[in-house]
Design a protein around this ligand. Structure first.
Ligand code: G6P
Length: 369
């Protein structure tokens, strides 16, 4: 298996570095100079999406975090209501399904028991149809869906999902743009979002170049027992995903909060033993986030900030470290900022000597309830 891993120490590291290629493959023949191409959802896809008045997204684990990002995107750009729920909750409650709602399952494997059961249950709940966003064409979720959009991550071996997540975001960005156009987003904005998305493989490639700096940051986590991740807007789910990666493979207890909630509880935990990782994209919420970071700093917390190069943040004001990354635009920033968080979790785990590709107690695909 050393051959398959090539120059990389673990599958997870290899898969992190495969992301520019995997994302480019997921965009291939789906987006062009004039925007999203027709029929990217296969036979009947456009007809079904034309009827959509709202979307319920169901998934587990990392795929659920991808769905949470999509909620921010679809509501902002397509102005359609979206709800996102973990499959194990959805399947056992009496969800209300407004007329014109599309059921969307997101799954890397397409075999997660709860996601599959939720999809089967959805058939009885009055949806206009089901869409699968999945990485395995012959999987149960894909076979049972009405229409599909495949991610083209290729086989993912590491239990902690990396390239599956960024390709899910890519597929969800395509869905967002398809719906945004259909719902009448103005063409200037639409074209700008399309060019951002086409730039995503390159932006991820640039983010990967920060690996040496991130290895250094990782050293600060070796002896820690807890870490807090903060983000706002579409970067809140990115913070959730970053904290999930860290806990899955390094066994450090990590939690993610939307930064505005800091003062409603987690601030009580902040002291010099609690590293706080924050994602700071450029955008309307930057000033709010900065004041959240001040709150951490005032309590002696050590900050590790991943900031957009375009975001005005004073490095000295962080009492900790700031890494400036070119996110390539507000739309694709969640996918770009995911990359340094994956690298951070990976290198912390390597330094702690855990079994990175096969973390204890976890399975790649949970096919029983
Ligand atoms: C397991 C894996 C996760 C994954 C989740 C959902 O917990 O360890 O990495 O996100 O299942 O899997 P799916 O294949 O449905 O995306």
């Amino acid at each position: 298996d050393a051959v398959e891993r090539g120059e990389y120490r673990h599958y997870m590291q290899k898969e992190i570095f495969e992301q520019p290629r995997a994302v480019a493959d997921t965009l291939e023949a789906r987006i062009g100079p004039n925007g999203i191409l027709p029929n990217i959802f296969g036979a009947g896809g456009e007809e079904l999406l034309a009827k959509v008045k709202g979307i319920h997204i169901i998934a587990c684990g990392t795929s659920y975090h991808a769905g949470m990002v999509a909620k921010y995107w679809i509501e902002e750009y397509a102005r359609l209501p979206v709800s996102v729920e973990v499959a194990s909750e959805y399947r056992y409650r009496e969800a209300v399904v407004p007329e014109g709602t599309l059921f969307t399952a997101i799954s890397q494997s397409g075999e997660t028991a709860d996601t599959l059961a939720a999809m089967r249950e959805s058939r009885r709940r009055g949806y206009i149809g089901t869409l699968a966003i999945c990485n395995v064409p012959e999987s149960s979720v894909v076979r049972e869906a009405d229409v599909k959009l495949m991610t083209r991550a290729g086989p993912e071996i590491g239990v902690a999902s990396t390239k599956a997540f960024t390709t899910q975001l890519t597929a969800l960005a395509l869905l967002t743009l398809h719906l945004a156009k259909q719902q009448g987003l103005d063409s200037k904005r639409y074209n700008d979002l399309c060019s951002q998305l086409q730039h995503l493989p390159r932006a991820i490639e640039d983010a990967l170049k920060f690996e040496p700096e991130i290895v250094e940051l990782a050293g600060r986590f070796i002896l820690r027992h807890h870490a807090l991740f903060l983000g706002r807007g579409a970067h809140y789910p990115v913070a959730l995903e970053g904290s999930l990666k860290l806990k899955e493979i390094s066994y450090i207890h990590a939690e993610a909060y939307p930064a505005g909630e800091l003062k409603h509880g987690p601030l009580a935990l902040v002291d010099e033993d609690m590293p706080v990782v924050a994602v700071a994209p450029n955008g309307p919420l930057l000033d709010k986030l900065k004041s959240n970071l001040q709150e951490v700093r005032a309590r002696g917390g050590e900050l590790i900030v991943f900031a957009d190069t375009a975001a005005h943040i004073d490095g000295n004001a962080t009492r900790g470290s700031i890494l400036r990354i070119d996110a390539g635009g507000e739309f694709i920033a969640p996918a770009v900022f995911t990359v340094p968080l994956q690298l951070l979790a990976y290198h912390v785990a390597v330094l702690r000597g855990t079994d990175v590709d096969q973390p204890r107690n976890l399975a790649k695909s949970v096919t029983v309830e």
